[in-house]
Design a protein around this ligand. Sequence first.
Ligand code: ATP
Ligand code: MG
Length: 459
Amino acid sequence: MIKRFLQKVFSKRTKATLAINQADSIDTSMAKKITAKVHKIDKSLISQAALKTCDGLQKAGFEAFIVGGAVRDLLLNYKPKDFDIATNATPEEVNRVFRRSRIIGRRFRLVHVLWGQETIEVSTFRGHHQAEGDAKTNDSGRILRDNVFGSLEHDAARRDFTANALYYNPANAEVLDFHNGVADIKANVLRMIGDPLTRYQEDPVRMLRAVRLSAKLGLKIDAATQAPIAKNANLLQDVPPSRLFDEMLKLFLSGHAIESVNALRAQHLHHGLLPMLDVVLEQPLGEKFVMLALKNTDDRISIGKSANPSFLFACLLWHEVLAAWQTYQDKGESFIPALHMAMNEVIATQAEKLAIHNRHTATMKEIWGLQPRFEQRAGKRPFGILEHPRYRAGYDFLLLRCDSGEIDAELGTWWTTFAEAKPEDRTAMLLPDTSPKKRRKRSRKKSTATDKVVLDSIH
Ligand code: ATP
Ligand code: MG
């Protein structure tokens, strides 16, 4: 009964969909078909959620493939970090197949299918944007909106690199390859599909993707793909800051941040184009600290640990905070209020420019705010710091400051030993309290007196 109902729903495909997809007869004649024997993809590296999504779509009568970075990573024998599915079903149709799914996006409408903790992104085959429809470009050719659906072949041609345009069908374990992507991967080459300059004009972020993916995957950028980058770097000026932010964040958290930053510099993709990168490269005092932070992030990722973007942003802007903190003190503000003023000022001037979201700035302030508290090694205060919810991030930050030579390494060592010591041994480690004694507050005296009266009256 339910099955019949579902069949009825899915057979009611709108006229538009049929016109868009010519769904049921996918032409794969232009693609090389690479069998499991040849590509040797290890199926155990594929997420169950991705397999279930393909299966669900195929059972509902649609085509569905694992596509993009996941297939590329599988061919390189890496475990993919996320899985994208391409299908001839429209977003509405995908949404109807999976109860736990939602349509998202404006510039690029797609569907998130939820399986427990995992989200699988499903997109409908995109068509040529020259075709009449819902594709919009600006004067420099940048695509603003891209919701023209098309055939599998068109979808492949619209992807950026040959290595990213491979389609894996879990049902027969075959890879469809329209642009010689498998051969390029085997030859360690990252090659743009189509005319590289036009593709960069359509979407300048592809220049950053070329640099990031080549660093991350150890692929060499093909000469023709590389050539237009330096000359057209200024196209990046036109990209909305939030997209640059997303791409730079991916780059910093790719596990290959140092290499990527050096490659961006070599390709002249900085200096006024990528505010986030300028912060890294154009602070003589802070460069060592920032490079150490990136190295630290790369090391964490290489051993499978997570890296917190807020921590990274706190690192990127720390030396600006230090400079502003000093300026406020020079103007006569006292130590801690001056730090708070400096933090607010740096956030106000930099967060917008770098498109850092509010959810990060709160954590950044907590990490910075803990730094002077680490200097206090007497009395009860160190115990309080250990209980602070951001203690770990603050402590890691402190160690980076020590490693960069900004502060004495002894402070970091003391905190390491203090935190690792048994609770009963910690008191012996405390330093003598040299801070000026606080004057007793009048209100406290008063309340003591009142307490005495109350106590007297009880007795
Ligand atoms: P990563 O390993 O960082 O996730 P990725 O290639 O999978 O790399 P995604 O942003 O997840 O990157 O994109 C998924 C796929 O979408 C890509 O493999 C590519 O086929 C396509 N794609 C992404 N961005 C672009 C773009 N700017 N232009 C054309 N195709 C793109
Ligand atoms: Mg991906």
